[in-house]
Design a protein around this ligand. Structure first.
Ligand code: FMN
Length: 177
């Protein structure tokens, strides 16, 4: 349990990477963790495109303010919602969020680093065209990953007392942080 909590808390977004490639077995393990995420009716509405080719990666990078992160990463994984498989937009998107979090935790557990990129959704259709995905695929995120060159980041989170109520909204849940 201590180890589990530690893994979750010590993960942080990595945006700078070494140029070393990531072995396929590790990519497979990351995607294995993604596919075991929960989903409504177990519909598993996710699809993934692994982007390794540097030219395609550059084309995708050019669609976001965070182009440096993508250019710098040896590999990216574009995560899609497959509307042909979906049944409820909110629940399907929540499931895909769970899959992405599983990916980030797997990346961390493999001593790699990664970051969930969402700003690129402003150019969702351009990315979908570059990656040649079918009409039913909607881009949800791009995860950039690689071996980290970053030092431990200073991170913060709101305290539980700012977030949690007991029984009703007018009762704060009092707990020592
Ligand atoms: C939905 C979502 C979208 C995000 N989009 C971006 C992004 O476009 N660029 C970026 O650098 N980080 C992005 N992030 C990473 C967040 O900035 C980061 O998770 C947050 O600041 C907390 O830091 P931590 O991951 O190091 O704990 C995104 C995270 C989420 C969950």
């Amino acid at each position: 349990m201590v180890e589990f909590n530690k893994k979750i808390k010590e993960r942080f977004s990595i945006r700078k990477f070494k140029s070393d490639n990531i072995p396929d077995e590790l990519v497979k393990e990351i995607l294995e963790n993604a596919r075991w995420a929960p989903s409504g009716l177990n519909n598993q509405p996710w699809k993934f495109v692994i982007i390794k080719d540097s030219q395609i990666k550059e084309e995708v990078a050019s669609q976001t303010h965070y182009s440096q992160i993508i250019s710098n990463a040896p590999l990216c994984i574009a995560v899609f919602y497959d509307k042909d498989v979906g049944y409820n937009y909110v629940k399907d998107v929540q499931a895909i969020g769970a899959a992405i979090q599983n990916m980030l935790l797997a990346i961390h557990n493999l001593n790699l680093g990664g970051v969930w990129l969402g700003e690129i959704l402003n150019k969702r259709q351009e990315v979908e065209r570059i990656l040649n995905v079918p009409e039913s695929f909607e881009l949800m995120a791009v995860v950039a990953l690689g071996y980290s060159t970053e030092k431990k980041a200073k991170r913060s989170r709101k305290s539980l007392s700012e977030l949690v109520y007991l029984n009703k909204y007018d009762h704060k849940w009092i707990v020592s942080d």
